[in-house]
Design a protein around this ligand. Structure first.
Ligand code: ZN
Ligand code: ZN
Length: 285
């Protein structure tokens, strides 16, 4: 399967659906991004078309309706559409309220149901949004909404799309409910924020360095067993199994006592700032 030669880039066109950009990555698989969210921050969303149902991996900020965009482009239709959150951070979960069917890992189901903006680490500034979704919109009013999941996921669960199966791998560390979705037949891993081509973030309120080390060891085992050849991450560009191994092994190599102490300190500061920002906003509203 040629990934790059098959890529066809399309912008959203005119009309209400132009918040999103999409690109066909391979047959039945699309990368979607939010065009007006700063490139270094916006999350990747992935559409996997199945023979019986379609799957969206992550929902973005939610400033515009992703399912409406997908329907308008003819990318989804009569089949059931399920949105799976790789974790509840706002850049991935904010758009879930636009979907009728939503799945999330058990460890973060409560946060999603509460619309917990502290656990979602909601932090958005006007400078990060190059075009406001509507006149007068201000980033400071942005909040993740409460969503009732239609399915709660556990380690080993299989999401059956008919001709494709995705296995849920619970990979905590970045957050407590982080999952990767593994397409074993095609050796593809949807990795969310567990691993992408950049520094791993382990200093947020529900991050855990020890969990992250175990997760990275597990990722290295997947590569060693030839189970992952392509990684489709939550940010930035995709990469191969060798790069996955290198990213995971370098995290483990650097996650010594000094790293644990510094990430503990940064997590303390981040927790206070996020708590203040999100609780203050609740009072203002
Ligand atoms: Zn995250
Ligand atoms: Zn993210």
């Amino acid at each position: 399967m040629s990934w790059d030669s098959a890529a066809v880039e399309m912008d959203g066109g005119s009309g209400g659906g132009d918040w999103f950009w999409h690109r066909e990555v391979s047959d039945g698989l699309y990368l979607i991004r939010e065009r007006f969210f700063e490139a270094g921050k916006r999350a990747n969303m992935w559409l996997v078309q199945g023979s019986q149902r379609d799957l969206v991996v992550d929902g973005g900020l939610g400033l515009s309706s992703l399912p409406a965009f997908l329907r308008a482009r003819g990318l989804v239709g009569a089949k059931p559409l399920l949105a799976v959150a790789t974790h509840v951070h706002f850049d991935h979960s904010g758009g879930l309220h636009h979907f009728e069917r939503v799945a999330v890992h058990r460890a973060e189901a409560g946060a999603l149901m509460r619309g917990d903006n502290y656990e979602a680490v909601t932090w958005l500034s006007d400078a990060e949004i190059s075009r406001a979704p509507r006149a007068g919109w201000k980033a400071d009013t942005y909040r993740v909404k409460a969503v009732q999941p239609s399915r709660v996921l556990d380690e080993g669960d299989v999401i059956n799309l008919g001709n494709r199966q995705l296995t849920v791998l619970h990979m905590p560390g970045h957050s407590r409910g982080c999952i990767c979705l593994h397409d074993q037949e095609n050796h593809i891993l949807f990795s969310g924020d567990v691993v992408y081509n950049g520094a791993m973030i382990d200093w947020l309120p529900y991050s855990n360095v020890s969990d992250y080390i175990q997760t990275c060891n597990r990722l290295m085992t997947l590569v060693n067993n030839n189970l992952v050849k392509k990684v489709l991450p939550g940010h930035f560009e995709s990469f191969d199994g060798e790069r996955l191994y290198n990213l995971a092994s370098s995290y483990v190599a650097n996650a010594g006592v000094c790293h644990k102490i510094s990430s503990f300190a940064v997590r303390g500061i981040a927790s206070v700032v996020l708590w203040f920002k999100n609780s203050r906003r609740q009072v203002v509203r």
